[in-house]
Design a binder for this molecule. Structure first.
Ligand code: GDP
Length: 334
């Protein structure tokens, strides 16, 4: 494809949905020349990014994530926001499975012109998915979406990644006892800014009330983080649309407070630093693996390592030292 970056930037910033779709195709391409152009596009739009509220949402399968995001998302849209919902599915590219589910999710949101929904990029490692999602956040912000929801499902690693790219993290919990302790054991609650007990209706209503108190007690024993506000616990029924306004007001109110006292900017600074570090590692690996000699050398070393005749540490050292001898000349620019 021939790509005019200036035209693409103009289409994206004008809010045209085709502009966003095209830009996404570009950043999701793995061809080196497209990565180069994607970098140029991201630089061009960079000054127009960073203004959205970035919200992470997680919870185990069946907790009610899609129902909750649909209900809360509709609430945001009713208040005049433009919303993007991006997913990070931690299922491995090898299993070809999907933990978040292949079923059509959030049907009502998906037809709203002010809402953009992007499923998890497929066929990539979790690190690769995170890389694309971060770039996707920037594109959505440049395209005028002021609220970005990043959804993931409860496996520790994906939550840590989402936490490194959002301003607030909402942790959904079922209204049955015991669940909250499990959350703390996994260390995941430490990443949460807001805990929401779902399905607080009908037969579950009382259990949900109890679960809120249990969580508050459990959180009471956790070390407060001076860089964040105290974790709030709330309940909601996405089906009966109860508790959504309170969650909306709490989320936006907290973000305003953090912005006013500078903690939001601090969090974003740390996130940019982490992103740079991991991007550097990824790009270096990409660069090296494109060098046919390096690839051949590492393949030979890998055979020795898997056969047990060479230790992984020694093998990595050999790969690096052969690289130092040759220098980086001849390696195609990425
Ligand atoms: P996900 O797997 O976390 O995305 O969960 P879903 O949103 O698909 O919901 C799982 C099940 O819980 C579905 O059968 C929903 O109808 C049900 N559910 C979701 N939210 C609520 C709620 O607020 N109240 C009740 N009673 N059921 C709910």
């Amino acid at each position: 494809m021939s790509i005019d970056i200036q035209a693409l930037e103009a289409a994206l910033v004008s809010g045209e949905s085709r502009g966003l779709a095209k830009a996404l195709t570009l950043i999701e391409s793995r061809r080196p020349e497209h990565r180069l152009l994607a970098g140029k596009l991201l630089s061009a739009i960079y000054p127009k990014t960073g203004r959205a509220n970035r919200i992470g949402i997680t919870g185990s399968p069946g907790v009610g994530k899609s129902t909750f995001i649909e209900a809360l998302g509709k609430f945001f849209l009713e208040q005049g926001h433009r919303l993007a919902v991006l997913a990070i599915d931690p299922s491995s590219p090898r299993s070809h499975g999907s933990i978040l589910g292949d079923k059509t999710r959030m049907e009502e949101l998906s037809v709203n012109p002010n809402c953009f929904i992007r499923p998890s990029p497929s066929g990539l490692s979790l690190g690769g998915v995170a890389r694309r999602t971060r770039e996707c956040v920037l594109l959505c912000e440049a395209a005028g979406y002021d609220t970005i929801i990043i959804e993931t499902v409860g496996v520790g690693q994906s939550e840590t990644l989402v936490s490194s790219m959002v301003d607030a993290f909402v942790f959904l919990q079922l209204p049955n006892a015991g669940d909250q302790l499990q959350g703390i054991k996994k260390g995941i609650l430490e990443l949460a800014d807001l805990v929401v007990v779902t399905k607080a209706d009908g037969a579950f209503e009382q259990a949900a009330r109890r679960a809120v108190v249990d969580h508050e007690l459990a959180l009471h024993y956790m070390q407060p983080d001076p860089d964040r506000l105290p974790v709030r616990v709330m309940s909601c029924s996405a089906v009966e649309k109860k508790g959504l306004r309170e969650i909306y007001v709490t989320l936006l109110g907290n973000l305003k407070t953090l912005e006013t006292d500078g903690r939001l900017q601090k969090r974003r600074r740390q996130q940019r630093e982490e992103w740079f570090d991991s991007e550097l590692q990824d790009q270096l690996m990409d660069l090296l693996l494109r060098d046919p000699n390096f690839k051949k050398d590492t393949q030979t070393l890998k055979t020795k390592v898997t056969g047990g005749s060479l230790s992984p540490t020694e093998a990595a050292q050999q790969a690096i030292s052969s690289l130092q001898l040759k220098g980086l000349q001849g390696v195609p620019r990425f």
